[in-house]
Design a protein around this ligand. Structure first.
Ligand code: GLP
Length: 242
């Protein structure tokens, strides 16, 4: 695992956007795995700036979703599909035909999970997976004690994650769904390059457990230690307990 400490979130965004740009120059139809939450936004902004300036062409890029709420209509503004359309696809000028994600509205959620897991493999696998991290060390929505070999499946959110995410639902935890679909940790580990971005002091404990703790299901992000090409980008605040 490579750990890169940057001065602030904007520098982290620029660094990762440049890694994505280099990948797209080498492989224009690369499959980029993207995450939601506040942390990755500087990455998407920096990559958008590169596309708009002509520094990179993202028109053939493909985008894969990491996780999704169960039961929110696809056009709900906080469904992760809507968030990614707004924050990633539209700014980069990538159409929904180049987007893949799990169906959080499916009648048979388990079948939808298995179908998405298979689709990722059939698409040739994720080239670069961008990850954030929860305050409890979760990646995607793999909460603590998720199997490190898990595949895409339905999970129940912890109270803490629902509290953390209530800010996207008018601060009202009652509106935060209880269930989600997430790529499993085993699924995530199949990406060719994993890039985790963590910023702010609130992530410092989770970052220390990820980088310096044992590989353990209690900190799902520690599974990155098992990956041959994992990069952890942290600002000075998130690195403060290393
Ligand atoms: C959610 C997402 C994760 C994300 C995490 C942290 O739980 N499912 O993919 O990493 O939030 O979000 P933030 O970056 O806003 O702290």
């Amino acid at each position: 695992m490579e750990v890169v400490i940057v001065p602030d979130a904007a520098a982290g965004g620029e660094l990762i956007a440049e890694a994505m740009a280099q990948l797209l120059r080498r492989k224009p139809d690369a499959l980029l795995g993207v995450a939601t939450g506040s942390t990755p936004l500087p990455v998407y902004q920096a990559l958008t700036a590169k596309v708009r300036s002509g520094a990179v062409d993202a028109s053939r890029a493909r985008i894969a979703q990491l996780d999704e709420y169960v039961g929110l209509p696809a056009d709900h503004p906080e469904s992760y599909r809507s968030v990614l359309r707004r924050e990633v696809l539209e700014p980069l000028g990538i159409g929904m035909d180049a987007f893949m994600g799990p169906d959080g509205t499916a009648q048979d959620v388990q079948a939808a999970c298995e179908a998405y897991d298979r689709a990722l493999t059939e698409a040739g696998g994720v080239d670069l997976q961008l990850l954030g991290i929860g305050t409890d060390g979760h990646i995607g929505f793999n909460e603590p004690c998720s199997s490190l070999a898990s595949r895409t499946r339905i999970k129940t959110l912890t109270e803490q994650t629902r509290i953390d995410n209530a800010r996207f639902f008018d601060g009202d935890i009652e509106q935060v769904p209880h269930h989600v679909i997430t790529q499993g940790i085993g699924t995530i580990l199949e990406a060719r390059h994993l890039v985790l971005l963590a910023t702010g002091e609130g992530k410092a404990d989770a970052v220390a457990a990820t980088v310096e703790g044992p590989v353990a299901a209690v900190c799902p992000a520690s599974a990155l230690q098992l990956h041959p090409h994992a990069t952890v980008v942290v600002d000075e605040a998130a690195a403060s307990k290393l």
